[in-house]
Design a protein around this ligand. Structure first.
Ligand code: F6R
Ligand code: MG
Ligand code: MG
Length: 387
């Protein structure tokens, strides 16, 4: 009922796909749906929608158990396990890839799946947008989130709507050091940008309306490589954003995606590429395992129930964005293995490249350069200087 608390949980995992890291098989979607149907029948969840973007299986659920509920996370884990079982039976590629552990211990965070959840008091009408991206990382949503909640050139409501005029608070997570900082916009916009312009490290985790602390957005922040310490696929993120009546309008939420900004991911999680907005029918990765794609599904949450979805990027209004994305893809691809198409060395640490470089290690010989280089690792802002 409007006025009651309801939780929206979006939990995703790559449990295997058809013909490479390309597209989820419908039978695995069915397997996960069966598990969630049964949970709905038993009253564990109120409603659900299962879908996929590229090789990621997406569980969108509503329930009354709050965020981080062991019961809901356990349910998602069971759904992924069942889907992975089917993936193994069908011999799908990378079956079970994101289920990094065999044992579930109350929370899927840290086990491989990506999680975005928010508990809200349902408004009389509660529109939400669920974004799901493939072949990129959680920081890919930093730029659009800034534009949605802090840029008046994108969001007219920041200027015009008195309910948004005070601005928003961004909760930023340092995924390297496990630290969090809250920054207010507009007054701390430049500090915020100084951090989130490094999307591989600083990830916008949540956004709150400053005037009353209401949550407006939440992003999955799991970085698989940092969990596993090695490359196990990119951390294809999901995000939930609330729309309208004192939050950005639907069109203000979608507007930043009309610019196919460069994100890290794409082939082997090792390349920059344009984030291309697509409808579900095009939610499959092909060219150079991409380009990175994002789908947006619009729902109403009513009496705790998901009504919808509407496939928002399946629209001619985004045709030019897609065309520009293809042109950017062409341009970048011509760089082959060179930066900045290929990611920088900090990010390549987590790929299979170090294993290749290892064999050259002993072939380097010391030379006299006439000076001793003092090297500062730019990503370790507070880190030590070393030679
Ligand atoms: C990126 C991704 C793919 C794979 C690539 C190589 O997130 O999943 O680009 O990295 O297809 O995959 P393997 O090593 O499994 O052949
Ligand atoms: Mg994959
Ligand atoms: Mg994926």
């Amino acid at each position: 009922m409007p006025g009651q608390k309801v939780t929206i949980s979006v939990i995703k995992a790559d449990i295997g796909s058809i013909a490479g890291h390309h597209k989820v098989h419908p039978d695995t979607i069915l397997a996960a749906s069966r598990v969630l149907s049964e949970a709905k029948r038993k009253g564990v969840i109120k409603s659900f929608y299962v879908t996929h973007v590229g090789d990621d299986l997406q569980l969108i659920m509503t329930h009354f158990k709050g965020v981080d509920s062991p019961e809901i996370h356990g349910l998602a884990w069971d759904a992924f396990k069942e889907a992975a079982k089917v993936a193994k039976e069908l011999g799908l590629y990378a079956a079970g890839q994101d289920l990094l552990s065999d044992a579930f211990s109350g929370n899927v965070r840290g086990l491989g799946p990506g999680v975005a959840e928010m508990e809200i008091v349902e408004r009389p009408s509660e529109p939400i947008v669920v974004f799901m991206a493939d072949k990129t990382e959680p920081g890919a949503f930093n730029l659009p989130l800034y534009r949605i909640f802090a840029d008046p050139f994108n969001t007219a409501g920041l200027v015009i709507d008195p309910r948004m005029h005070d601005g928003f608070t961004f909760e930023v997570l340092d995924v390297y050091e496990g630290k969090m900082v809250k920054l207010n916009t507009p007054e701390e916009s430049y500090d915020l940008l100084a951090l989130i312009g490094t999307p591989g490290r600083y990830v916008v985790k949540r956004v709150y309306r400053k005037s009353d602390g209401e949550i407006g957005a939440v992003v999955s922040s799991e970085r698989l490589n940092l969990i596993a310490g090695k490359y196990v696929g990119k951390d294809d993120p999901v995000m939930i954003v609330r729309a309208q009546s004192g939050f950005p309008a639907l069109g203000e939420i979608l507007e930043p995606f009309s610019f196919p900004h460069l994100v890290a991911g794409w082939m082997r999680g090792s390349h920059h590429g344009p984030l291309m907005p697509v409808g579900l029918k095009d939610a499959k990765c092909t060219r150079f395992d991409g380009p990175p794609r994002v789908v947006a599904l619009g729902f109403q949450v009513h009496n705790g129930e998901l009504i919808g979805p509407s496939d928002l990027f399946d629209d001619v209004a985004f045709d030019e964005t897609r065309r520009l994305a293809q042109q950017i893809a062409d341009y970048l691809r011509r760089h082959g293995p060179f930066m900045p198409h290929r990611l920088g060395p900090e990010e390549m640490e987590y790929t299979t490249l170090p294993a290749v470089l290892e064999k050259l290690k002993d072939r380097f010989v010391k030379v006299e350069m006439g000076y001793t280089p003092h090297v500062k690792r730019s990503e370790e802002l507070s880190g030590p200087e070393h030679d």
